[in-house]
Design a protein around this ligand. Structure first.
Ligand SMILES: Nc1nc2c(ncn2[C@@H]2O[C@H](COP(=O)(O)OP(=O)(O)OP(=O)(O)O)[C@@H](O)[C@H]2O)c(=O)[nH]1
Ligand SMILES: [Mg+2]
Length: 357
């Protein structure tokens, strides 16, 4: 059916139940009632937003990111419309222990890329440890210098417990930045837990930032992050112990075998005064060239999407299952299982088989 603003007497109203927009016939009695359309139609508010965002309007970009981050009405339609425009940006993940100098380093890298006239989007996934609770403010102040430069867009995210899951939401926000035409998207996370590993796994290039004198932190970091580093940075190399960290990394590297045969280089930096930033940018460039030469970019993206699709499917199925269960049903089932009135295995099978019906 043709749909458009030419239908006099039709107006868009936000549908609270569907979280989408419906077109309602206002003064044509025969058409009164709901005509439900997808957001993508001509009356949709998505298309103008996509156009504004693509034209470089940073307020539209902020609005789009908020929609996606908070999962407000229309978020998935927006991503559907943006996805075809994404895929051009290089996604850089930077992770390391709290206070390693990640934001300072990201800031310096951004300056470096701006000199090459490349546009940058930065997502700072805020540390949630109460000890570093001031980091959001810290990041904003430190990165304030860029605010007058439209070539740099900075977004802080504090999304623990977010509806879509931290990794997924971050990836979706990166897609929005990518679709807005940024050449580079940098994602900063504190590398301590599985969430952070999941986030940086989505990047094309992962930089792991270590510092001298980390003590036990090296052990914590080792767990998952070490294996995913494409490049190591030893920041705060102005301090004693940089050589020791380097030796530790080399020792770990000799144990690990990478499927792409790349040996992650180690770059020493002093982010606070910019030393080593050009070398880091060169290392990033070298890895990018290697990925291209070996035709690995697509392979990496396929791997990433395999993870992401499974996660998206799991979310969607869970949402559907929850939607089908009556209010409080889960608590009732849990009580039945706890009291051994029924077994959980058949119960889950029943719920899953009811999904398709
Ligand atoms: N001595 C020294 N200090 C640095 C260096 N790089 C950053 N710093 C300082 O280290 C402190 C923490 O830097 P941030 O950039 O906030 O570190 P971060 O890793 O982003 O911190 P979180 O996001 O809170 O985990 C700041 O006071 C920086 O000025 C460096 O190379 N040498
Ligand atoms: Mg930081």
């Amino acid at each position: 059916m043709a749909v458009g603003t030419t239908y006099i007497g039709l107006k868009n109203v936000r549908d609270p139940c569907w979280g989408s927009f419906r077109t309602v016939a206002t003064d044509l009695p025969s058409l009164r009632g709901y005509l439900c359309f997808k957001l993508i139609n001509l009356n949709s508010p998505t298309q103008p937003l996509v156009e504004q965002l693509r034209s470089g309007d940073s307020r539209a970009l902020s609005r789009a990111i908020s929609t996606v981050e908070n999962r407000t009405a229309g978020w998935s339609e927006l991503l559907k419309a943006l996805f075809p425009h994404s895929g051009q940006a290089r996604i850089l993940g930077l992770t390391g222990p709290p206070g390693a100098g990640k934001s300072t380093l990201v800031d310096q890298l951004a300056r470096h890329y701006r000199k090459e006239n490349r546009t940058v989007g930065i997502i700072a996934v805020d540390p949630t440890s109460p000890y570093t609770g001031g980091a959001i403010l810290g990041d904003r102040i430190r990165m304030q210098a860029h605010f007058s430069d439209p070539g740099i867009y900075i977004r802080s995210m504090a999304t623990r417990g977010s509806l879509g899951g931290l990794a997924r939401t971050t990836a979706d926000v990166a897609t929005v930045l990518d679709a807005s035409g940024r050449d580079l998207v940098m994602i900063e996370t504190v590398g301590v837990g599985q969430d952070e590993v999941d986030i940086v796994r989505l990047a094309d290039i992962t930089v792991v930032i270590l510092v001298p004198g980390m003590g036990d932190d090296v052990q914590t970091i080792k767990a998952g992050i070490m294996e995913i580093a494409d490049i190591f940075v030893i920041n705060k190399s102005d301090r004693d112990g940089a050589e020791r960290v380097e030796r530790e990394i080399r020792a770990l590297q000799s144990l690990a075998v990478r499927s792409d045969n790349w040996t992650p280089p180690i770059v020493k930096t002093v982010a606070s005064d910019g030393a080593g930033i050009a070398e880091l940018a060169a290392a990033i460039h070298d890895y990018e060239a290697y990925l291209q030469k070996e035709n690995l970019i697509l392979r990496k993206k396929v791997q990433n999407w395999q993870d992401r699709l499974v996660e998206m499917l799991r979310d969607a199925l869970l949402e559907k299952a929850r939607g089908q269960l009556a209010n409080g049903a889960m608590a009732g089932y849990a009580a039945e299982v706890a009291e051994h009135k029924r077994d959980p295995y058949s119960l889950v099978e029943e719920i899953v088989s009811a999904l398709g019906k």
